[in-house]
Write a protein that binds this ligand. Sequence first.
Ligand SMILES: Cc1cc2nc3c(=O)[nH]c(=O)nc-3n(C[C@H](O)[C@H](O)[C@H](O)COP(=O)(O)OP(=O)(O)OC[C@H]3O[C@@H](n4cnc5c(N)ncnc54)[C@H](O)[C@@H]3O)c2cc1C
Length: 189
Amino acid sequence: MYDVIIVGAGPAGASAAIFLAKAGKSTLMFDNGLSVTRRALIKNHYGAPEITGPQLVDTGKEQASQLGTTIVAANVTNIRQNGEAFTVDTDQGAYEGRQIILATGMYADLAEHIGVQIKPGTEPRVKTIVDATPQGKTSIPGIWVAGTVAGVSMHTIVTAGDGAKVAINLLSELEGARHVDHDAFKPQH
Ligand SMILES: Cc1cc2nc3c(=O)[nH]c(=O)nc-3n(C[C@H](O)[C@H](O)[C@H](O)COP(=O)(O)OP(=O)(O)OC[C@H]3O[C@@H](n4cnc5c(N)ncnc54)[C@H](O)[C@@H]3O)c2cc1C
């Protein structure tokens, strides 16, 4: 049983995974290979003057993995409530998690299939998004949403930030206080 299962390993999903795994939560992240970020050449991401989409996605997944995230290449086909937790069905078997984050990019079909409330998208070329609270909660308690499928502006700095935001909100709820993850730099003179 994982603490959190994330569907999607683009900027939104991997950024959420980095915060969750670094906070000590057992985290599983699925990737079905359909990140649109892999098609981008990015020149507007703060701190990375020019980076290809594949480089950004692969570096993000590597960082999440190094912090303890388990990454599985699989297509998620269904998510079922299982008592207080969830069973996630994939083409590589079933997995269990206490909380779920949907970070499926331009694909809202899974969200629609499992019955979370959806609505028309507001960003160009994004047809359908999940109807979520500003914190990232969907209509099903325990299922959160982040990134493009949550309706944020479709830019890597924004979707990555949204994944971090949702992870911080989830962690804050579990911990009963606002979660802060700061490491201090100590210059050597
Ligand atoms: C051609 C192009 C150029 C772009 N150029 C720029 C740019 O210059 N600057 C910029 O800021 N942004 C750019 N973007 C936009 C940017 O790529 C996106 O805004 C952002 O990266 C999307 O992040 P995301 O995590 O929401 O989705 P994605 O990166 O699309 O990730 C979605 C993830 O969900 C997974 N997934 C979906 N469904 C399932 C399922 N059922 N089971 C398992 N996994 C699933 C996918 O495998 C993937 O890992 C560009 C986009 C395109 C297409």
